[in-house]
Design a protein around this ligand. Sequence first.
Ligand code: GLU
Length: 287
Amino acid sequence: MLSLPLRYAFGVTSSYIGRLAPSPTGLLHLGHAATFWAAWHRAQEHSGTLLLRNEDLDPQRSRQEYVAAMIEDLAWLGIEWAPPMIVQSRRISLYREALSRLLTAGYAYPCTCSRRDLAQMVQAPHEESDDEPVYNGRCRSLEDASSKRIEPGVNYRLRVPDGETIRFTDRNLGPQNFVAGLDFGDFLIWRKDGLPSYQLACVIDDAATRITEVVRGADLLKSTARQILLQRALKLQSPAYFHVQLLRDQNGARLAKRHDALAIRTLREQGLTPEMLPMISHSLKQK
Ligand code: GLU
């Protein structure tokens, strides 16, 4: 289907660099296809480059077979990306170095709250989302919060400027604002299993690969506010953001990996072609 060369338009390399950042924790579904198509179209419109980043930082849920499946599904969808694929699990030292910098600069602190402590902090589930709850700051001012060493088996959080409104203008959804300490709290940047959180790894990789525009689902709008704070703390330039509205099923629920019937693979096995997918997407609600 779409086959314009991404890298060189009119013999000139555009400065646009986008990325696809799937987590290999399940099969890609129609919702991913919609977001990835948007990313692909944006890159094409700008005669830019599109990178593929394998966000495999969840050792319990990431599976190699899903990596292979996503590469195959992207090819079937007609989405081209510029190799090599970036694999987050191979970049831990880079994220660790960033955590060190955050600790040294006083932006990060260790958090020893147990799962149970954290569960008690959660009030009523406020939103339909897997977003992390607002942390109550219990470990913020503990004595060892001034330790600059990275201790094994400890979580680390970013100290957010309570009350500050983080604003950005989304290129698709317009002006956005989130209040630190209210819409989100001191968030996890490092997990006690020795791995960075999604927020930290994402910011480091977007900067390291010089992403100029991030295209992703609107469920991550609030994460963008967090990531802007991380970029500020690490003195990194923020990319532009283009969030895509999420597809919903007939009951209004967000499409998730459990919607096997809408897995790209299933649709393909049923004999559908990539060109038919937008029609199915339109029959689902966008919100
Ligand atoms: N890996 C994330 C996901 O699959 C996307 C993160 C991003 O685009 O920043 O939901």
